[in-house]
Structures are given as C-alpha cells and as structure tokens.
Ligand binder design. Structure first.
Ligand SMILES: [Cu+2]
Length: 161
C-alpha cells in the first residue's frame, strides 16, 4: 500500500496544462483586470466620481475634493485634488476659474503653519500640495474660487482626531 503512494505522486498532473492554458488568455478580457487598468493606466471618464462633493457658499459652484479631508492624517504633509464645476453644469469642470486653498482652526484662532501651493492640472482641475494639519481639533479648509474679479468660497469643516 505504502509503496503505491510515491508512484501516484509522480504521475503527470494537470497543473502545467492549466498554466499553459492560462498563458494563452492575455488576449481575452478579464473583467477584474480591466477594472484595475481603468483606475490606473487609462484615465476614467470622470476621475472625480469618488471625490467628496461640496457646494460653494453662495451656490455658484460645486467642488469635488479627494481624498476626503476628514480622512487625512494629522501632522503629515498631504495634497488635495480638486475639481471645480459650475453648479448648473456638474459634469464638466469649469474652464475659466482659479483656485486658492487655505485652512484654519476656528476654535484656536490660527491657520496653517505653511500656506499650501495650488497648481492647475487642467480646466477646473487643481492640486493643492504642502498641506499639513499640525494638531487635532476642528479644522476648516477653504477653497476660494475666482472667476474674473469675483471670488466665492467653498469650505469643508471636520474634526481631526
Ligand atoms: Cu490649533
């Protein structure tokens, strides 16, 4: 009985055949693979889809921000990606706006240790970098959207643990 076991183990197994079959499949579309590619290599049609949406204070604009500011780590430098839309056209970023970003701790009467810099990446698309929330407590992040001579603010308030 015992001597038959090794003989069984040396039989050709189906594993090499299975992996060879798998190697023939790259041309085939694997749904999981397509999802991974869409989020990294190819630009999705609406990259702001997962971003946090906030209207500006007078309702002219809608901003979408990622990551959600409430999820940022305390004391670490981070960047926010921001898309600005006209509220009446929330599917197409506004091409003629400028953005500045700042933050305050309203309960403490102070702001950021260092002002973030904002870079435009495309129409209505900005990245604010160099942000650092240096202490826990209530924070407000301000997004000042300018068009011509008019500026309107959108803000996100959250408690940082
Ligand atoms: Cu403070």
């Amino acid at each position: 009985m015992a001597c038959q076991q090794p003989a069984q183990d040396t039989r050709p197994r189906s594993a090499p055949t299975a992996s060879a079959t798998k190697k023939l499949e790259p041309g085939k579309i694997d749904p999981g693979q397509v999802d991974a590619d869409a989020s990294s290599a190819q630009a999705p049609a609406r990259p702001w889809n997962a971003a946090q949406a906030t209207p500006s204070n007078a309702g002219t604009y809608l901003i979408r921000v990622t990551p959600a500011p409430a999820s940022v780590p305390q004391g670490k430098v981070f960047a926010l990606e921001v898309w600005v839309f006209d509220a009446k056209n929330p599917e197409q970023p506004a091409a003629d706006v400028r953005l500045s970003v700042d933050a305050d701790m309203p309960e403490h009467g102070h702001g950021l240790p260092r002002k973030p810099s904002v870079e435009q990446r495309g129409p209505g698309h900005f990245v604010a970098s160099g942000l650092r929330l240096h202490m826990p407590g209530l924070w407000e992040i301000y997004f000042d959207i300018a068009r011509g001579a008019l500026t309107e603010r959108a803000q996100i308030s959250f408690k940082l643990e």
